[in-house]
Design a binder for this molecule. Structure first.
Ligand SMILES: NC(=O)c1ccc[n+]([C@@H]2O[C@H](COP(=O)([O-])OP(=O)(O)OC[C@H]3O[C@@H](n4cnc5c(N)ncnc54)[C@H](OP(=O)(O)O)[C@@H]3O)[C@@H](O)[C@H]2O)c1
Length: 262
């Protein structure tokens, strides 16, 4: 595959690293762009083509990632849109819908939108993908690209806002859960570092149980809670204090906000 990444910042670099490490693309078949190239010097050493010239980068490439910030998209498209004909374009840009992208691009572009999260840097992303005009083969190709960077799920473009909140903002929500557990851990006797290790690994274990057993959270909870027990006492106290309610309200508030700004 010949791939270009336009706007190689945090996300673009994670995608490039993942694709190179998984041998999905050869260094010489990968072009990375940004205006200030200093932060891409380690890619240059690997034989990757780095440039500030977006037009040059996409020449001869079949797949083009658009990874700039939303306010830079117009500027970038003015420069390259006429050279994108017949290419497969994957936009990771938050808040720009497939319909908006379609309007701004030539008719014959095969268009995808992808919403990863920051765990893409360690190849543990949950990446939601949408397309309206790709073939089954093209969808499979894009799924393969993101599969080396974590899990993937195809969704309707209308659900991208919801995917952004649940999947991308979800990283922050999960971190707050870890931090709160740590704070409690310190109060009941652990040093901060130990509390973080216990809280983080316990949450990792809990999530692995769900993913490996393909089970429902409540069935895993049943295995830990005994009648008159310690765990159920804590769980019920958390619920009385609004644990599930505050999480669902927070996710809903983020979703309302994303609907108002996009
Ligand atoms: N980070 C994530 O995990 C994540 C997850 C989901 C979606 N997203 C979305 O993905 C996009 C990128 O996110 P990010 O976190 O990687 O942002 P970022 O770190 O700011 O990267 C964007 C890069 O674009 C470059 N750039 C700006 N103007 C350019 C131009 N005219 N031509 C070529 N490159 C240009 C910038 O470098 P120079 O200033 O050197 O040009 C910058 O490094 C955003 O739209 C974001 O909403 C990110």
């Amino acid at each position: 595959m010949k791939i270009a990444i336009i706007g190689t910042g945090n996300l673009g670099k994670s995608i490039a690293n993942g694709l190179l490490e998984a041998n999905v693309v050869k260094p010489t078949n990968l072009s990375l762009t940004k205006r200030h190239l200093k932060t891409l010097s380690n890619f240059k050493e690997k034989g990757v083509h780095i440039t500030s010239d977006n037009k040059q980068a996409i020449k001869d490439k079949e797949i083009v990632f658009l990874c700039v910030q939303p306010h830079k998209l117009q500027e970038v498209l003015t420069d390259i849109k006429n050279d994108l004909s017949e290419k497969l374009v994957i936009s990771t840009i938050t808040g720009i819908t497939l319909k908006e992208l379609k309007k701004a691009l030539p008719e014959n572009v095969v268009l995808f939108r992808a919403m990863p999260n920051t765990a893409i840097a360690i190849k543990e992303s949950m990446t939601c993908i949408a397309t309206e005009n790709a073939s089954v083969t093209e969808k499979e190709k894009v799924k393969q690209l993101f599969s080396v960077l974590g899990e993937t799920l195809f969704i309707d473009d209308e659900l991208m806002g919801a995917a952004t909140v649940l999947g991308a903002s979800g990283i922050a929500f999960a971190m707050r859960f870890v931090r709160a557990s740590m704070q409690a851990g310190i109060e009941i006797g652990f040093e901060s570092e130990d509390a973080q290790k216990i809280a983080a690994q316990t949450i990792k274990g809990a999530v692995s149980l769900l993913l490996k057993n393909n089970s429902h959270p409540e069935s895993e909870i049943d295995k830990v809670t005994t009648p008159l027990g310690i765990t159920i006492t804590g769980l019920n106290k958390m619920e009385q204090a609004g644990f599930s309610s505050s999480l669902t309200q927070g996710i809903k508030a983020s979703y309302d906000k994303i609907k108002n700004v996009t």
